[in-house]
Ligand binder design. Structure first.
Ligand code: GLU
Length: 551
């Protein structure tokens, strides 16, 4: 037996399986030509960042547009950071916005699919098969350097361009089998390092789906593959898992870009085909004329839970994310107004290289548009679902009379130009408040040209003529008929020509009524509002306002 084989046996005596066994156990997937296999590989921190949802959506769409597979793998090798319930929180956040895994971890300790386990902490035996194989091929070796020794190396390299464990610093690279045996017998802890075949003079290339062709120096560092507890590093686990799970496109944050030379080398040493990479730039925010990353600490919208709690429907968030993903999406949307978002030909190559800008105003605009196209039943259902969780009091009001609530939400909807004034469900309460006495607030803010006696006069006159069974035309005619006797003109153009001849125009008259009935100057169609409120309530409100202005 060669020394390498002996060393492999010494380090991994319990491993009897071979890489071939693994290949047989996790064979290439039987998918149609061109189908892409992608994944999201979160660490279970319990916090789902908007960036995770964004990258997850990119991975999800990449798979979905090719009838491929999207799976979730949990990267829980850092047991110190383990948090109870973290998986549920993260999967819940993804699912709330439609990023649903076909395979992998689909619930806390619930896995689906033939390529698992999908928790890295349960894959130790698999990593060790490949670790043993690398040792037997003289591509990996145990390192006994202590933390102090490694600190010392770092200090020595302070002024050197090439850092890390390599060349003359890689002390353990040249240990003999006898020396290693002795260390192991003495119970010295060891990590497993790659015996890097790289040369700093050489270049390596990646053709990133987002960033394009990139040239970097080859890796020369003997990076750690297994930590002293036998748990793999990210690099090693990435290579083994993405190979065995047959990932075709590794979609991940671009903080991993600089590790690509290590990864390319690892894939080569392991004899694996290199997957395609798509490195996603972080979501940025504008600040003081500059740009910075969307920050968990500074920006509430960095947390996916923010969108759930504020009540942004998944359709809106998806639509907005798509505008961030592909800048041609908005043009596509203009010509495909009713199409499902799934029909958009999402293209990795059209993603921003430097990072898309998050813009709350834009999100709200997109969401208002999306919600304006929903029917009243849908708006009711979503609002009730949200309120049940986040505003119990409003929920009770909303469900008290379902058909009344739906009728409210139907005003100015279902028309060729629906109103775009709801961006999220938490805004609905304020939007509909004057329909409920419990919420109605009579802040009687009148146009500047209308004094209290003028408002009083208009209200008095209107209360005499208000007809609850009027059609919309009749209703408006009454409003116009009020004008002249009171010194207003029913004709806005005429008013603009000779403002000094009138107290105001029909718009002022109707505003007085609007403010009296709703407490606001701006509302959807007043006729519909008054019809829904009914005579009793309308008269009560008019009367209340009259008292206010005559006081
Ligand atoms: N667990 C890694 C992270 O959260 C995953 C990176 C990857 O997708 O490969 O950054």
């Amino acid at each position: 037996m060669s020394d390498n084989l002996k060393l492999a046996e010494l380090l991994f005596p319990d491993i009897t399986k071979t890489p071939d066994d693994m290949e047989a156990q996790f064979p290439p997937r039987n998918l149609k030509e061109g189908a892409r296999v992608t994944r999201l590989a979160p660490s279970p921190t319990g916090f789902l960042h908007f960036g995770n949802l964004f990258t997850g959506t990119v991975a999800y769409r990449t798979a979905k547009t090719t009838d491929g597979i999207f799976y979730v793998r949990v990267e829980d090798t850092d047991q110190k950071r383990k948090i109870e319930g973290a998986i549920e929180v993260m999967l819940g956040g993804l699912e709330a916005f439609g990023v649903k895994a076909d395979e992998g971890v689909v619930g806390e300790n619930v896995e689906k699919g033939d390529y698992g386990p999908y928790y890295q902490s349960q894959r130790k035996h698999i990593y060790h098969v490949f670790a043993k194989d690398l040792v037997s091929k003289d591509l990996a070796y145990p390192c006994f350097c202590s933390a102090e020794e490694l600190d010392e190396i770092r200090a020595q390299q302070e002024n050197e361009p090439q850092k890390g464990y390599w060349g003359k610093y890689a002390k353990c690279r040249t240990l003999t089998l006898a020396e290693i045996e002795e260390n192991i017998k003495a119970g010295k802890p060891w990590t497993l390092r790659l015996k890097s075949p790289g040369n700093a003079e050489n270049k390596c290339y990646i053709d990133d789906m987002i960033k394009g062709k990139i040239e970097m120096p080859e890796n020369v560092q003997d990076i750690v593959l297994l930590k002293s507890d036998g748990i793999p590093t990210y690099h090693f686990a990435h290579a083994v898992d993405d190979h065995l799970m047959r990932t075709t496109h590794v979609v991940r944050g671009d903080e991993w870009m600089s590790s690509c030379p290590v990864h390319l080398q690892l894939f080569k040493c392991l004899g694996f085909k290199v997957p395609k990479y798509a490195h996603v730039a972080p979501i940025m925010k504008e600040e003081n004329g500059g740009k910075r990353k969307l920050s968990k600490r500074k920006d509430p919208e960095a947390a996916v839970i923010f969108y759930v709690e504020t009540g942004y429907p998944k359709e809106s968030v998806n639509e907005y994310i798509m505008t961030l993903m592909n800048s041609n999406f908005e043009d596509w949307r203009k010509t495909n107004k009713d199409a499902s978002i799934d029909a958009f030909p999402f293209n990795l190559k059209k993603m921003s290289v430097s990072g898309a800008l998050f813009d709350m105003v834009k999100l709200n605009d997109v969401s208002k548009n999306v919600i304006s196209l929903m029917n009243a039943d849908t708006v009711y259902k979503y609002t009730a679902e949200w309120a049940k969780e986040y505003n119990k009091e409003f929920y009770e009001l909303l469900i008290k009379d379902e058909s009344y609530s739906k009728a409210i939400l139907n005003i100015d909807r279902d028309t060729p130009k629906p109103r775009k004034d709801i961006a999220c469900w938490s805004e609905v309460k304020d939007y509909v408040s004057y329909f409920f006495d419990e919420l109605f607030e009579n802040s009687y803010e009148m146009p500047e040209n209308i004094t209290a006696p003028m408002a009083e006069e208009i209200l008095k006159a209107y209360m005499k003529v208000y007809g609850e069974n009027d059609t919309k035309d009749e209703w408006f005619q009454r409003m116009k008929d009020l004008c002249e006797p009171l010194g207003y003109t029913p004709n806005v153009k005429e008013y603009k020509k000779n403002p000094e001849q009138f107290k105001g125009h029909v718009g002022d008259v109707s505003t007085v009524i609007r403010v009296a009935v709703t407490g606001r100057r701006n509302t959807p169609d007043l006729y519909s509002i008054m019809s829904l409120l009914g005579k009793e309530k309308v008269m009560e409100r008019l009367d209340l306002a009259l008292k206010h202005f005559s006081a």
